[in-house]
Design a protein around this ligand. Structure first.
Ligand SMILES: NC(=O)c1ccc[n+]([C@@H]2O[C@H](COP(=O)([O-])OP(=O)(O)OC[C@H]3O[C@@H](n4cnc5c(N)ncnc54)[C@H](OP(=O)(O)O)[C@@H]3O)[C@@H](O)[C@H]2O)c1
Length: 243
């Protein structure tokens, strides 16, 4: 049995994949949760998290893999997310809008609750980590459901972190990674300015070489988890004093 067990949603690309490749602990089993395959060295749970019928499948994975677990550390990082559909509310496809709300807002809360229930009786160190965004606080026309989803996650983390500090003992936190060079950034640069008026800001960041490297960001996220922050914290990775 591995000493550490780590689930990562969105491990098939971007920050999630970088996290899966840079887990800092020896003897760790990593299970990636996504539609696409995360790569050979990572176990894969193939699900479309914008479809609520798949959420119990993830819950069953938590319970199955943790049965009899006697290791030291259990982690669930929720990195799966989407900025689609880019555009103003009322002007975008309603089915795509629903999928955005389900993936960015509902799935992380429901999967978070399933994870907490599955790890409840363990004595191992336990972490539940959400990937959030500056869009939770800043107004970006074209990103209504993305920003609202991240704001919802942050408030969920504040509440549940406080609960777990009182009873449960799982460390729950939200981390904004900064502006990271992933497919998501490419997608927003490709969006017409009419649908995303802040597009130029992100074009400029790229041109000025200000996008962070996913692996470096992943290393800092693991460093933050290892070091620990107050339960229920919503952290901007750029403000942390980490290597
Ligand atoms: N990149 C940035 O600058 C930035 C900034 C702030 C916050 N974030 C946040 O960081 C997280 C990772 O972003 P990223 O830039 O790495 O994004 P990315 O490169 O677009 O990767 C997104 C990941 O989410 C998965 N995903 C998307 N839709 C899914 C679905 N329906 N079901 C299951 N998995 C799904 C994708 O896998 P499949 O397509 O294979 O399913 C992929 O692994 C996101 O939550 C994002 O909001 C990123």
């Amino acid at each position: 049995m591995a000493a550490s067990l780590v689930w990562i949603s969105g491990a098939s690309g971007g920050i999630g994949q970088a996290l899966a490749k840079t887990v800092p602990w020896d003897d760790t089993r990593v299970i990636g949760i996504s539609r696409g395959h995360p790569g050979d060295s990572i176990e894969h749970l193939e699900v479309d998290l914008a479809d609520p019928s798949t959420w119990p499948v993830v819950g069953a994975s938590f319970r199955r893999e943790l049965e009899g677990f006697g290791g030291e550390h259990v982690v669930f990082v929720q990195a799966a997310g989407t900025i689609d559909p880019m555009g103003f509310a009322a002007e975008v496809d309603s089915e795509a809008y629903l999928r955005n709300v389900l993936l960015n807002s509902a799935a992380p809360q429901v999967l978070g609750q399933l994870f907490l229930a599955a790890v409840r009786s363990l004595s191992a160190r336990r972490h539940l980590v959400m990937l959030t965004s500056g869009a939770a606080r800043i107004v970006y026309p074209g990103w209504s459901s993305y920003g609202a989803g991240k704001a919802a996650l942050d408030q969920w983390v504040r509440n549940v972190g406080d609960e777990q500090a009182k009873r449960g003992g799982v460390q729950v936190l939200s981390v904004a990674p900064g502006t990271v060079d992933t497919a998501m950034q490419g997608r927003l640069r490709d969006t017409p300015e009419a649908d995303f008026p802040s597009r130029q800001k992100f074009l400029d960041l790229r041109q000025q070489g200000k996008l962070s490297d996913p692996q470096q960001v992943a290393g800092r996220i693991w460093g933050m988890i290892d070091r620990g922050v107050n339960n229920g914290s919503v952290v901007d990775l750029r403000n942390l004093d980490l290597p």
